[in-house]
Design a binder for this molecule. Sequence first.
Ligand code: MG
Length: 253
Amino acid sequence: MEKYVRFEISGIALYGRLDDDLIEILDGPYWDSIRPTGKMVPLSEVKLLAPVKPSKIICVGLNYHAHVKESQSAKEAPKNPVLFFKPPTSVLEPEGGVVYPEGIDRVDYEAELAVVIGRRGVKIPESEADQYIFGYTCLNDVTARKVQKADGQWTRGKGFDTFCPVGPHVVAGIDASDLSVEAYLNGERKQYGRTSDLIFSIPFLINYISSVMTLESGDIISTGTPQGIDPMQKGDRVEVRVENIGSLFNTIV
Ligand code: MG
């Protein structure tokens, strides 16, 4: 298992491999080719950025059986994946503030496991999907729920700036087929599910999505949220925790 980060030090954004409390600086994005520089910097001296700069963020709605049951609009599991985009401008770093939009009265957390693509691919067979995955991270698919419902499609409700916290690091070399995915609000557990409950598996999604659009290295596929979604208020601290990956913390401002 390896952990990769993107971070800022002295105003410069860099990529690195995390080794306990030290970061080994890499010469370029880790997913393109891993070229260590031999330089180390303590984790405590840097500001972590979102660990990827995706060209696109493809999200899957209603992908846990238990979440379909709690959703008022969906009565049964979808026959095909429900896909939508979050814009790259919505990406937020670990510990960053999710900005509660003015005039909006319900903003929810959605804890999700996110896949980071490591190689450009088109029409990727399910059996080869693993070769296109660089690693996994935590993602909070923050949603203005009433806007999402009123609009009839999800671009505005999912797309506000800061509505896509990602991180804190990307973990490579793990099996993601049965991991717990949880959300905690002010320390209280609100969501719990396991990726073994996914309606559409990660290899299936990679095949399905890459049959439509080219996947680029650094792109994110967010696999959907388990049951237990609820609103957040200004001042709340939200945590997305994924087993074997870590915890992504943000506050609502
Ligand atoms: Mg979601």
